[in-house]
Design a protein. Sequence first.
Lengths: 305, 372
Amino acid sequence: MSAVIVENIIKTYGAKKNVVTALNDISFEVKKGELFGIIGPDGAGKTSLFRILTTLLIADKGKAAVDGFDVVKDYKEIRKRVGYMPGKFSLYQDLSVEENLEFFATIFNTSIEQNYDLIKDIYRQIEPFKKRKAGKLSGGMKQKLALSCALIHRPSVLFLDEPTTGVDAVSRKEFWEMLKKLKEQGITILVSTPYMDEAGLCDEVALIQTGKILSINTPQGIIKDFKKPLWAVKSSDMLRLLNEMQALDDVEDIYPFGEYHHVLLKKEYGREQLVQWIRNYSHEDAVVQKVEPDIEDCFISLMKN
Amino acid sequence: MRSLRFLLQKEFRQIFRDPAILRVIFIMPVIQLLILPWAADYEMKDIRLSVIDQDHSSYSQKLISKITSSGYFILNDNSASYKDALNEIEHDYSDLVLEIPPSFEKNLVKEDESKLFMALNAINGVKANLGGAYLRSIIQDFNKEVRLEWIQFPRFNPELSIEVTSSNWFNPLMNYKYFMVPGILVILLTMVGSNLAAANIVKEKEIGTIEQINVTPIKKYHFILGKLIPFWILGLVILTFGLTIARFAYGIIPAGSFLTIYIFAAVYLLAILGLGLLISTYAANQQQSMLLSFFMMMIFILLGGLYTSIDSMPEWAQWITKFNPVSYFINVMRMVVLKGSSLADIKEQLFIMMGFAIALNGWAILSYHKRA
């Protein structure tokens, strides 16, 4: 049985003339024990989707089930067995770390001791500050506390809405390590993120844009689907190079990528052509290399089509 | 029950951890109760008077000295003409003009009647009204004295005169503080009940904690009770605090029993907390809730009979006061504190208040949803 099933969910906001479609006919499934990533830019509908699945929002159309329970009919059951960490830090800032954790444990009818083993890896890092008020914690610590609170009742499905937004690179890496460990405990995890580089860390990813799912696949599968040759170019005048290449009809796409620009050419052209064009524009020191696409290249090309 | 206990514990922790709120809760009653009753005094004193004495007789002198010695008036100046006196009023140096025409004394003695002219600055309606009334009664008094002087004892007074003396029941000295303090206490309770409770719940919305609570299996009525009970207790604490101040600062000891006050206050707080809850379900942030509460408070105070008597309002306004919970409590407070009314006397108000409590809370609970 799948942990999460979403069928043809539609959600619109506003009325009459100003209708915004947040989710447009979305369907997907998440297998039990999977780390499922939902990747998309801001405003893609990630939070709306999570709020529907955590029973905070009712969809206009479509069906969804979490852990076998319908999100509308059996919302009470779902609330007992999901953990939700909203994108915005939303614990009691004027309560201490320990008090927050204790509070959430109690309202789920459990206690810290009962589920300590589940959160201990995470909680141990903030335990030295357990008397400190939650509002006075650093960003990374707040996030660990929020995760601990979302886990304290041993949920079967965990929803993390943009957990790594606004978190430094080291903490982000740590956070993903934590998620991997949680997955080993058998918890299904749905995580949304605007960062494409995090997609590779998921078991499966759904790419979502303006309320539509562009692709659902494993990270490897997505890369495998990318069949066109990809070139990396570099010269001393990167901006001029970008503008000139963009103007060419035969270049399908060019975008900055680290210290290089990545270039996609139309089918019939090869390396010689590309070198020729660059030379025409008198970039003396240009470098042209063939590169293997990574997941970001795949997403960029998916989004542009 | 366990989760309710924890909700309450959490709520109290948060209240006691916010020193600003705590300070306001305890300083507000002290300041309001120590300052407002002294300021809100209907008795007009020091009304500034301009006199135009064109008679300069012994009677006119007597009248003026009688007026100024009454204690209500301060003689601003002796103007030469009405025009001068009006000038004084225009510059707001004077509130009242009394013109004594020439041959005031002569007419009084000869014709047995004389005329006086009074002009009032009606920008401040209360002052003009009361000042005029005071002056009139002083002149009447003067009139009587003059007559007494003339009439030889034991000749019978040819003129019938009815003298009215009044005694002020329940507040013999017409002490306004006795009247204002219970009313101000009601306003205090209302502020704590509706504003604080509403702001508290809306704060959870604003910070997003309510979202986190909503995804938990916590029951709706547990959450609402968890919010109502702390402020209910806080309200009763403030009432106790206020009654203590009333006792020691003004010597106000309720003529009725404390139990009656507390029973009514308990029901009243439920109603007003329901209102706070209702505001919080409709307001999206603390600004909205504050504005809404402020708007309500204005209506509650001005149409609650605290400053202006409900009986003197036009009929439509009196109808509005029937939907104002504050007016009932102010009324009950005054009845119990001054008159010593018992539970039986206020039973009608008590039932109406229960109706308010059920209606407001019911509405609030129906419109509070754990999801959008």
